[in-house]
Design a protein around this ligand. Structure first.
Ligand code: DX5
Ligand code: ZN
Length: 224
């Protein structure tokens, strides 16, 4: 069985108690903190900046997975690396020089990944497979939590899974396949079956009273 990772999105957490929320959700069995950065330019919403990342950093040793929904990308990527991010992903269509942005993130000591919106073609992967640690497939259009999973994402996940497997079989290394948007207890098994290994879930976890029970229910689905 692959090594499955659960990454709660802080977007649906209580912003007035973020440090506590981070601690609670990791204690409840989550693996990674997913940190959604929106700039009211690339996406029509405004969320958290590097100062907030720096503020939650001392509250957990779990990796902080920063999902940049911003344009331009480079200056903020550098700020988040300084603010304690472990993984930084960005939308390739938001960067003029994808290879340069990836290099900037890696040189700052972070893992790097590309994010694909539902309609973003996968060709952005063509020449950078050696420079990425993660592919993030959006299963909703970015900008808001609590949206419905777009089923076409499953085909895309299958395509990326095949690509990652072919690449790593030939060249080694490890590339995670993360899925973000509308992930719930009742569809997580299907998403894993398509090939994902890392699951972002915001509303499905933070809108339930017992995070541990929800994460355990997700893991039980993944173990089926
Ligand atoms: C959407 C964000 C997601 C979102 C997930 O733009 O990237 O991480 O918060 O939220 P849910 O799990 O509620 O769809
Ligand atoms: Zn996200």
């Amino acid at each position: 069985m692959p090594n499955f990772r659960i990454a709660p999105s802080l977007l649906s957490a209580d912003f007035a108690r973020l440090g506590e929320e981070v601690k609670n959700v990791i204690a409840a069995g989550a693996d990674i903190i997913h940190f959604d950065v929106m700039d009211n330019h690339y996406v029509p919403n405004l969320t958290m900046g590097p100062m907030l990342c720096e503020a939650i950093r001392p509250h957990t040793t779990a990796p902080i997975d920063v999902h940049l929904m911003v344009k331009p990308v480079d200056a903020l990527a550098a700020s988040f690396a300084k603010a304690g991010a472990d993984i930084i992903t960005f939308h390739p269509d938001a960067s003029d020089h994808v290879d340069r942005t990836l290099a900037l993130i890696k040189d700052a000591g972070c893992k790097a990944g590309l994010v694909f919106n539902p309609a973003t073609p996968l060709h952005y992967l063509d020449h950078v497979m050696d420079k990425i640690d993660m592919v993030l497939i959006m299963s909703v259009n970015p900008g808001f939590g609590g949206q419905k999973f777009i089923p076409e994402a499953l085909n895309k996940i299958r395509m990326v899974r095949q690509r990652i497997d072919e690449y790593t079989a030939q060249y080694g290394g490890e590339i995670w396949l993360e899925v973000d948007g509308g992930v719930k207890v009742d569809n997580i098994a299907q998403i894993a079956e398509a090939g994902a290994d890392t699951f972002v879930a915001g509303s499905a976890i933070f809108n339930t009273p017992d995070y541990a029970a929800t994460i355990a229910a997700m893991r039980a689905e993944l173990a089926k």
